[in-house]
Design a protein around this ligand. Structure first.
Ligand SMILES: NC(=O)c1ccc[n+]([C@@H]2O[C@H](COP(=O)([O-])OP(=O)(O)OC[C@H]3O[C@@H](n4cnc5c(N)ncnc54)[C@H](O)[C@@H]3O)[C@@H](O)[C@H]2O)c1
Length: 269
């Protein structure tokens, strides 16, 4: 029987985390680096990236890249291969809150989030970062993983892909729903090449998304009320699942959409 150490071994793996300078992505980077992987973080925020890389230490480094910049992403993947020699695990995680929802957490209509008020550029950026960047990330990961005949791709979706959250910017829901479908489609295409593709669907986690609004009392209370265990997620909660999907213990997962939400979805559906 395999030991725990063998089952969850990611030592020496070449790992990329997009949006790894904060929140859920940082937790992915931390657990992978802590377990001996070589981790490269792609992030648009130079200050956060420097701080995160310094705090994680070990074999962790970063590249400043906007996941919406296609040539920049191609070059960033190539730079990882130049340094690590290969790419084993990619967390396609970067995401944004694309503006206000049509309701406030207090249950009022929010005119700034009404469909007719959404600036087109805001919609486009939401789709670009929350959906199209996942395509770009998977594409460049596969360019390197296919010749190796192995790899794991883990995409951060959201429970907002399965329900409609009126206090979240409108383009977020269709973007994340499309991400789920894309993940399953990629799992179908890539399984024959030894590449597994899965999605993690978090419920509310305290991070810096939307200006860190889950730290505000009203927002926090609205989301806490949804949980079956009375609290919203801490990024530490996501580490075990990330390690599972990136290690031999997760070898039979592909095309899976894995909800991690303290039961919020169960309460709401
Ligand atoms: N926090 C939640 O409640 C929650 C719930 C469900 C899903 N998610 C998803 O989790 C993922 C991570 O979000 P988070 O909550 O940790 O947010 P966060 O804001 O704390 O971290 C996101 C990171 O992505 C980076 N980033 C943003 N735009 C980028 C770009 N264009 N290029 C490169 N990097 C970019 C940011 O600089 C930041 O470091 C997102 O995909 C988000 O949709 C979050």
């Amino acid at each position: 029987m395999a030991s725990l150490e063998t089952m969850f071994n990611v030592r020496g793996k070449s790992v990329i985390v997009t949006g790894g300078a904060s929140g859920i992505g940082r937790a992915y980077a931390e657990i992978m680096a802590e377990q001996g992987a070589r981790v490269c973080i792609f992030d648009i925020d130079p200050t956060g990236l420097d701080r995160t890389v310094a705090e994680i230490g070990g074999d962790c480094w970063g590249q400043i890249v906007d996941v919406g910049d296609r040539p920049g992403m191609a070059a960033a993947f190539d730079a990882v291969v130049a340094r690590h020699g290969r790419i084993d695990t990619v967390f396609a995680n970067a995401g944004i809150d694309p503006g206000p929802g049509f309701m406030t957490p207090e249950g009022e209509r929010n005119p700034a989030g009404a469909i007719e008020a959404i600036p087109d550029e805001q919609w486009d950026r939401g789709i670009e970062i929350n959906l199209t960047s996942v395509y770009t990330t998977v594409k460049h990961a596969v360019r390197h993983m296919k010749p190796q005949g192995s790899g794991e791709i883990i995409v951060t979706s959201s429970i907002a892909s399965l329900i409609n959250e009126s206090i979240v910017g409108t383009s977020y829901m269709p973007a994340k729903a499309a991400v789920n479908h894309f993940v399953r489609h990629m799992a179908m295409e890539l399984g024959a090449y030894g590449i597994r593709v899965n999605a993690i669907l978090p419920g509310p986690f305290i991070t810096n998304i939307a200006g860190g609004r889950l730290r505000n009392k009203a927002d926090r209370a609205a989301f806490e009320a949804q949980s079956l265990i009375g609290r919203i997620g801490d990024v530490e909660d996501i580490k075990g699942l990330a390690l599972l999907l990136a290690s031999p213990a997760g070898a039979y997962f592909t095309g899976s959409l894995i909800v991690i939400d303290g039961g919020s979805l169960t309460r709401m559906t």
